[in-house]
Design a protein around this ligand. Sequence first.
Ligand code: ADP
Ligand code: MG
Length: 368
Amino acid sequence: KEGKNRTKDKSDRATSELVMDDRTRVILYKMIQQNHISGIHGAISTGKEANVYNATLEPEDDDAPPIQRAIKIYKTSILVFKDREKYVTGEHRFNSASKGNNLRKVKQWAEKEFRNLKRLRAAGIPCPEPLLLKSHVLLMEFLGDKRGYAYPKLREATFSQESQEGSENPWRPLYIQLLGLMRKLYQVCKLVHADLSEYNILYHDNKLYIIDVSQSVEHDHPRALEFLRIDIKNVGDFFRRMGVDTLQDRTIFDFIISPEGPLDEPELSQAIEHLYETRPQVEDSAEAEAKREIDNEVFRNQFIPRTLDDVYDIERDSQQPQEGLIYKQMLADKVVTPQAAPEEESDDESEGESHSGGSNGSHSDESI
Ligand code: ADP
Ligand code: MG
């Protein structure tokens, strides 16, 4: 990596290799001048709606290693940039800038992410500490090692030899941990993540870190419960693939939204273990299997937030909360019928809810 003998033009050098618009460049330049960062390094992630970079700040003490930071820059315009690679690798994603990602809008997303991260921190949910927000540029704590390597996403997590030799599946405690975090997010932060998956959770040293909360919604958002169900489904799908004996989605749903119950560890984990002990035995018959299929079908028929734009539109449309009310009623009755599903289902449903994307994957592919 770079040495510390930077010259006066370090700000220029730090931003000159990045393809970005002037506005963004000025913001980064100021961050360097004001000593929030000393330099920007490689892109950790180039996504459809934002890029995340690793940055460093030279410490006061010259012998200390540089302080690592992460910078999330929301995209304000179409810049082909490195997305090109994704087309080559078959990960087709059309740049949402084509739908009019104007500055005002992306500023709102950055602002929302900043605020939501603060809420998570206040609740003690592991996530990057938000440090500075300037327009559509968010400076935050870097989740990674001292050399600038980011922690792996949950889907890329690997476990030490000894934890693999144990009789327990090493993914199971992480599953339990995540359910607890989801309850806390809902009960304490009053938020539903709305894009929770193995792509938006980082893993390090037996601990899960929640990231990418710009699209998260208030728990009283008209569609909050639908988003929660989708989050639960995605989490369940992933951990089942990892061989974890998961709880029923509905059981988890009730656990998360119930006002009664613990909000902290170890009580959270204990409550979840209790759910395992008291769960109804699921018969392994074809009939039970068919029942589960119907349950899944209901999920698939429900609205799925695909992009930030979608959620944005919903927020504007939320003056008409009928569907949310119907939905809540449905839950109260414990009768969920597919025909009550919202209208937005008309999009391609078959793959909408799986986070099949590659390195970034936080937002489902667009159905174009
Ligand atoms: P997107 O909206 O593009 O999905 P994310 O917030 O999910 O943006 O960030 C994209 C990727 O960048 C993440 O999957 C993660 O690997 C990395 N990343 C994001 N924030 C941080 C951070 N604070 N520290 C380290 N890596 C991060
Ligand atoms: Mg993401």
